[in-house]
Design a protein around this ligand. Structure first.
Ligand SMILES: [Fe+2]
Ligand SMILES: [Fe+2]
Length: 743
């Protein structure tokens, strides 16, 4: 014990009294070889704060500049390791003092429990002394930085020994298992084996401390309740159960403690904001339809309604554990555990329909910061107001959202971009990007322009709020005069004009690859930033239906011509395709921000083949001022090992028969056995190395099921899962945009 005092035999209450009241750390470190507990006493009064020297006073934390927890990179510096240990040392000291408080507060607690606490205290003394010695070796002294009083404020009000074990052993000491194992791994990776070994010793002891707490907790909790239920109830809303874990989750140490699987899984997937007010999220893909019809919550067909519920869970991947996600179906625990095991955060899940009454009922008295829905719409803004929250995503008049989502706006922004930049061989000719057509004369004049540019053949028309392949017509438009166009087509145009949804007419390009770029607008008080989150490749079925997104090495399997074009552009280029797309995204983001929008957005673009065989870039066919499937795919892809390719698939129910599966669950079981999930865990977290992870629960899905397949080669994934026939994932896709005619 390095010269610290040691008593041979001591009364427990006296030992506790000395530790709690003394202002000298050395006195607090004085241990005893044996304890007696014949005269337990409850002092006349207990202090509101433990005795401390001035440098370690708990109040110092509030009045001085706080030192933050060192980051992983900073731990290469031994002094920062000393700072880390200073935090740990303070935790040991606080634990020691709270245990002393427990012995003094509850003199009539069972003798074996009291003796167990005393034994734990001897460990804490040893931990503290070891940390102090290690700190000293790098020149850090206890008291060099202000210490916090968090454990004390959370635990000192305990009213019973049960309270003590729930708060101290099962919450803070349990979380310490995660911190100790995480920093042990970090330090091993950074080569600091001696500190790592110290953390391993502490971890081994702490497992014993949590076990002591668990044994007594089980004796004292109501028999009818599971450990998890009783634990949550014992914390009683005063302490968030999420405090019982760190950012990595050490299941193995918890198994060594003796927790049951139910407790481990429940805690693993439990989320509730530890800090500020949470944001409320939900999936509302009917946004475009709401804006088109200017009607709150438009009625969806039953198939689309089911598809919406099938996909509600995918929002999990764009949220963090401080958010709340409202979902219409209870998500199976196995599903959530698997996602958590792959390193994803899980938000707090609220089982609720997405309407004012249900959400308010579900939230009870809880306040929220605001909404973070899939898509902000006039309806979500109005609903948000009833929660006394102001929008985090849209600052203009709600009426301005309709034009924001319009394809006409995206076309205008594209034209502005093309006008503001010098002509580039690589880019689509600005006269070929299409126009709004408001009458037959405009139709004919546009066709003339296209013809004069040598463009003959097929065109596409879409209404401003067309989404999911609806409200558009494809292929059946040719360059014939208006009067010679098919009647059904003329009627479609006339209807569009009558309802005020003026269509855009564009050439039907021979597409080679569809991509999307995802970004986020962050508006700070005096600046605007458009953060580019990444590129994805969009996979559409030959009929234009969205089938998934490819992330990671998105150009795998493309031919050399496309690769050359992608990396260099063509003659007279101003940069690579990625550079051009980045500047388009910034331009679009600034335009959205000017219109009052902040938050996530994505743009869609494609590379096409010209009549003369050269390649061109259509840099923005759509702006989606909302979350997008590409954004979700990118977030999922973040948990993929480097150098891999990931395929986020949306499997429609119609594929089941062609894949010879009777249900999504059967397909999931088959695919996960063909491509079993392999993960890798390091201090940086867990990543998927290969395999199939389901990203919506197959048992519940009726219209569409999603999963994420990871591997080194797209073609191989396609072959193993037998989807190459259904979806061309590896070769260049020369299929044209949506041959089906949908009116
Ligand atoms: Fe400890
Ligand atoms: Fe402990």
């Amino acid at each position: 014990m390095g010269g610290l005092g040691e008593f041979y035999c001591m009364e427990l209450s006296e030992f506790a009294h000395r530790i709690l009241f003394s202002c000298d750390v050395n006195e607090k470190l004085a241990a005893a070889v044996e304890f007696t507990d014949v005269q337990p006493f409850h002092p006349a009064s207990l202090p509101t704060e433990p005795g401390r020297p001035t440098s370690l006073a708990l109040g110092r934390w509030k009045s001085s500049k706080r030192v933050s927890f060192p980051t992983r990179a900073e731990l290469l510096d031994p002094v920062k390791v000393g700072v880390l240990l200073h935090f740990f040392a303070n935790h040991e000291l606080l634990a020691l003092e709270l245990m002393a408080l427990t012995l003094l507060k509850f003199p009539s607690a069972p003798a074996a429990f009291r003796m167990g606490v005393a034994k734990t205290m001897l460990d804490e003394q040893r931990h503290l002394a070891s940390y102090l010695a290690q700190m000293k070796s790098v020149g850090v002294e206890l008291g060099d930085i202000p210490v916090n009083d968090f454990f004390w404020t959370q635990c000192s009000a305990m009213k019973s020994p049960l309270d003590y074990v729930a708060r101290m052993s099962l919450t803070f000491e349990q979380a310490n298992l995660d911190f100790a194992s995480y920093f042990r791994d970090v330090l091993v990776e950074l080569g600091d084996v001696s500190t790592a070994a110290l953390l391993q010793t502490v971890l081994d002891d702490e497992i014993g401390h949590v076990k002591h707490g668990l044994v007594w907790f089980r004796r004292w909790k109501p028999e009818s309740k599971s450990d998890w239920q009783a634990f949550c109830e014992a914390l009683g809303g005063e302490i968030n159960p999420a405090r019982a874990k760190g950012s990595v989750f050490d299941s193995e140490s918890r198994l060594r403690v003796g927790f049951d699987q139910d407790f481990i899984d429940s805690l693993k997937i439990f989320s509730q904001s530890k800090g500020g007010l949470p944001k409320l999220s939900f999936y509302n893909p009917e946004a475009e339809e709401e804006l088109r019809l200017v009607a709150a919550r438009p009625q969806l067909s039953s198939a689309l309604g089911l598809a919406r519920d099938d996909l509600a869970a995918v929002m999990i991947f764009v949220l963090n554990q401080d958010d709340i996600l409202a979902v219409p179906r209870r998500l199976p625990r196995d599903f959530l555990v698997k996602i958590r095991d792959c390193g994803f955060d899980i938000p707090e899940l609220l089982l609720s329909e997405i309407d004012e009454k249900s959400l308010k009922q579900g939230l009870g008295q809880r306040k929220i910061l605001g909404f973070n829905p899939w898509a902000v719409t006039p309806w979500t803004l109005a609903l948000e107001k009833t929660f006394d929250a102001s929008s985090l995503m849209f600052s203009a008049n709600p009426g301005e959202l309709r034009p924001l989502y319009s394809k006409v706006t995206a076309l205008d922004v594209l034209k502005e971009f093309l006008a503001a930049n010098k002509p580039d061989d690589c880019l689509v000719d600005s006269e070929l990007v299409g126009s709004v057509v408001a009458c037959t004369e405009e139709f004919e004049s546009l066709m003339q322009t296209f013809c004069s540019k040598g463009l003959r053949g097929k065109f596409i028309a879409k209404r401003p709020w067309s989404a999911a392949g609806r409200h558009r017509i494809i292929e059946s438009i040719s360059d014939l005069p208006w009067a010679e166009q098919p009647k059904i087509l003329r009627q479609w145009f006339e209807n569009s004009w009558r309802i005020g949804e003026l269509p855009i007419v564009q050439p039907l390009f021979k597409r080679r690859i569809d991509v999307s770029v995802q970004a986020r607008i962050a508006v700070k008080p005096e600046s605007l930033q458009v953060h580019i989150l990444g590129f994805t490749r969009v996979l559409n079925l030959p009929n234009g239906q969205y089938a998934g997104t490819c992330v990671g090495r998105i150009l795998g399997g493309q031919d050399n011509e496309l690769l050359r074009f992608w990396h260099k552009g063509s003659n007279g280029h101003s940069g690579s395709v990625e550079e051009i797309l980045e500047s388009v995204v910034r331009f679009a983001g600034e335009s959205l921000a000017k219109r009052g929008y902040t938050g996530s957005f994505g743009i869609d673009a494609f590379v096409f083949e010209r009549e003369n065989g050269t390649l061109g870039l259509f840099p923005m066919i759509e702006i989606n001022p909302r979350h997008t499937m590409g954004r979700v795919a990118l977030s999922i892809g973040k948990r993929m090992a480097p150098g891999r390719v990931g395929l986020w698939l949306h499997i429609p129910a119609g594929w089941l028969r062609r894949l010879c599966a009777s249900s999504f669950a059967e397909l999931r079981d088959r695919w996960t056995s063909l491509l079993p999930l392999r993960t890798q865990t390091k201090s940086g977290g867990t990543v998927v190395v290969s395999g199939v992870l389901e990203t919506s629960p197959a048992e519940q899905c009726q219209q569409v099921w999603t999963c994420f397949a990871v591997g080194t080669d797209l073609k191989e994934i396609g072959e193993v899962l037998s989807i190459s026939q259904l979806l061309s994932v590896s070769e260049e896709s020369k299929t044209n945009d949506m041959p089906a005619m949908r009116l």
